[in-house]
Design a protein around this ligand. Structure first.
Ligand SMILES: [Zn+2]
Length: 247
């Protein structure tokens, strides 16, 4: 009797643990792409982190773990090999033109470049219809596609070495649940340049900021349609960037 009771208790504990871990797990990518790491990645201790950019009001984590200023946060990993090449897959179900997409994204990359002496992003990106989000393939891929959670605007995945503290790859997915475009022309749209500037901030090593008093910075973790304030960097974004790559 006693041992049966004990068994029941430990069984329910196991279920409780399993359930709470499932509930805590972040939704990771749409592609089911999680592959075994290569031998060289194992040697480098390569790990992946996903930054999920939520629409305002779709998540109640705002301010959670918030600290006082500064309004920037470093991942603790950065690029040592530069400039960073990136590949844009412009295919999308919304009729966005190739020229609009590459202009919005390269302008976003140049916004970070212009605020530090380092040449961060290569001025000549690739337009690559095979660039795929979420695959550790040595390609820094930027792509559009549907994502399971409609409150998620975009995801930036970063692969980094916990041995060398270097970022070794990034990928980005822009959720086509949202209607993308130029919000200065139509504020009902999710502004591509606005969100791309935020996501490229992750690509260079900046973390999200959720403190309400920091809501003006580019690395603030929430956005909504019509927002364009993240297109330009605030002083905190620049301070964070320069601490990694110089003035
Ligand atoms: Zn973010």
């Amino acid at each position: 009797m006693e041992s049966r009771k004990l068994l029941l208790i430990s069984l329910s504990l196991v279920f409780l643990l399993a359930f709470s871990q499932a509930a805590m797990a972040l939704p990771i990518s749409s592609g089911g792409e999680t592959k075994a790491l290569s031998a060289s990645d194992k040697l480098l201790g390569v790990e992946r982190i996903d930054f999920i950019h939520y629409a305002k009001g779709k998540d109640n984590a705002a301010g959670k773990g918030a600290k006082a200023a500064p309004c920037y946060k470093l991942m603790g990993y950065s690029w040592k090999t530069r400039p960073i090449n990136y590949s844009i897959n412009t295919s999308n179900p919304q009729g966005l033109s190739q020229s609009f997409i590459v202009s919005a994204i390269s302008t976003s990359a140049e916004t970070w470049d212009a605020s530090t002496s380092a040449e961060l992003f290569n001025n000549s990106y690739s337009i690559d219809p095979s660039a795929t989000y979420g695959v550790r393939d040595g390609k820094n891929s930027i792509a559009f596609g549907p994502y399971s959670n409609n409150g998620v605007i975009a995801i930036a995945s970063i692969w980094f070495s916990n041995k060398t503290k270097q970022i070794v790859e990034f990928d980005q997915l822009y959720n086509t649940y949202f209607q993308w475009g130029d919000a200065t022309a139509n504020p009902a749209l999710m502004d591509l340049q606005n969100i791309a500037t935020h996501e490229l901030g992750h690509a260079v090593g900046l973390n999200d900021i959720y403190t309400q008093q920091c809501s003006a910075v580019t690395m603030y973790g929430y956005s909504s349609e019509g927002e364009i304030s993240k297109r330009t960097l605030e002083q905190a974004d620049i301070t964070g960037l320069r601490s990694m790559y110089g003035t």
